[in-house]
Design a protein around this ligand. Structure first.
Ligand code: ING
Length: 339
């Protein structure tokens, strides 16, 4: 009997391999007249604290440089464009990039982008630990309405102030991981995460400003937080990736915004969650190889997906109902032979 080969040493379950220590860097309210410099100062303070905790990547919220201005109807576009950035980084934001380079911490930043040719986007950038912009995303799913609806206690005019994003859902290799980005309402649409996981995404970062009350229909308020967890945990599990989701939270210009910033792991479980509605860092080690099991087994897309049956998902925008009238169904042979 030939000697049995020594069993191949399997890597230990908890063997720390590709680790990215990351943070959801939640911000409390930003007032309408708060300066960009003030918001940047708050973010740098969190970055300094992150450095002490070994953080190498931080996710700031959607529209993190200003208040959530789509809550107001503004007739004058000069006033609206006060909330937009014409260049990135601007002089006010440059200190954040310098801190990133000094501390060796990359970051996701959401802001309102006014392009050279006059287009308006709800945008996020991925900046690496050397302070270089490696990726840009523009929010595709714009919720709310485009006209003034005075009956609402506040407006949600993203469809008025922004155009739908035109960059799709790219991913980038950076800081030892495959990163993707989304913004706020995008997290409610599973297509967003699937587009990125079909490119192998390991870490999806997103910021959000989510009012804690629905002004379109009566809905129990606690569902805002439930739905936040639900969609983020589902996205992480169904795409076997980490999701870092960061709120702008608290009572901002009289409107309550949910907190609940969190980091979800590929199992779908929440690794860490915010405890307050203020500036708060939620920190966790992302064990990037933990994304492998799902991608190689239960969500091995190449082995299990049947795209020949999915044509409605990209071929059809809205619902097409089945024809009117009850389906009669085929008779089944009766138990008793005909008399
Ligand atoms: N905010 C909200 C969000 O999608 C919203 C708007 C809340 C839409 C709840 C539908 C339901 O989280 C932004 N900024 O998209």
């Amino acid at each position: 009997m030939p000697p049995r080969a020594a069993p191949q040493e399997k890597p230990r379950e908890n063997q720390l391999t590709r680790i990215l220590t990351a943070a959801a860097a939640q911000l409390g309210p930003i007032g309408r007249n708060e300066t960009r410099a003030s918001a940047v100062k708050r973010m740098i303070q969190m970055m300094r604290r992150g450095k002490e905790r070994g953080v190498r990547y931080m996710v700031f919220p959607e529209l993190a440089l200003t208040t959530f201005f789509p809550r107001w109807y503004m007739e004058d576009w000069k006033e609206v464009e006060r909330f937009f950035e014409r260049q990135m980084p601007s002089a006010d934001v440059l200190p954040l990039f310098e801190a990133a380079r000094e501390y060796g911490i990359g970051f996701y930043l959401g802001y309102a982008e006014l392009t050279d040719d006059g287009q308006h986007f709800n945008t996020s950038i991925l900046v690496n630990d050397k302070g270089r912009i490696v990726g840009k995303y523009r929010k595709v799913h714009l919720p709310g309405h485009s006209e003034h609806e005075p009956q609402r206690p506040w407006q949600h005019l993203e469809k008025r102030y922004f155009q739908p994003g035109d960059l799709g859902f790219p991913v980038w290799r950076s800081m030892g991981a495959i990163h993707g980005m989304a913004i706020c309402n995008d997290r409610r649409w599973p297509e967003v995460f699937r587009e990125m996981s079909l490119q192998g995404v390991e870490v999806v970062s997103l910021g959000y400003n989510t009012p804690d009350e629905n002004t379109s229909a009566s809905e129990p308020k606690h569902l805002r937080n439930f739905h936040n967890d639900l969609v983020l945990q589902a996205a992480a599990y169904q795409n076997s990736c980490y999701v870092i989701a960061t709120a702008k939270a608290g009572i901002e210009e009289g409107v309550g915004l949910i907190g609940g910033s969190l980091i979800a792991q590929p199992s779908g479980e929440i690794v860490a969650k915010a405890q307050t509605l203020g500036d708060e860092m939620v920190v966790a080690d992302l064990n990037l190889d933990a994304t492998r099991m799902g991608k190689e087994t239960i969500f091995n897309f190449a082995r299990h997906r049947r795209i020949e049956h999915y044509s409605r998902i990209t071929g059809q925008t809205g619902v097409v109902l089945p024809p009117e009238g009850e389906v009669q169904g085929d008779p089944v042979p009766s138990r008793h032979a005909p008399a």
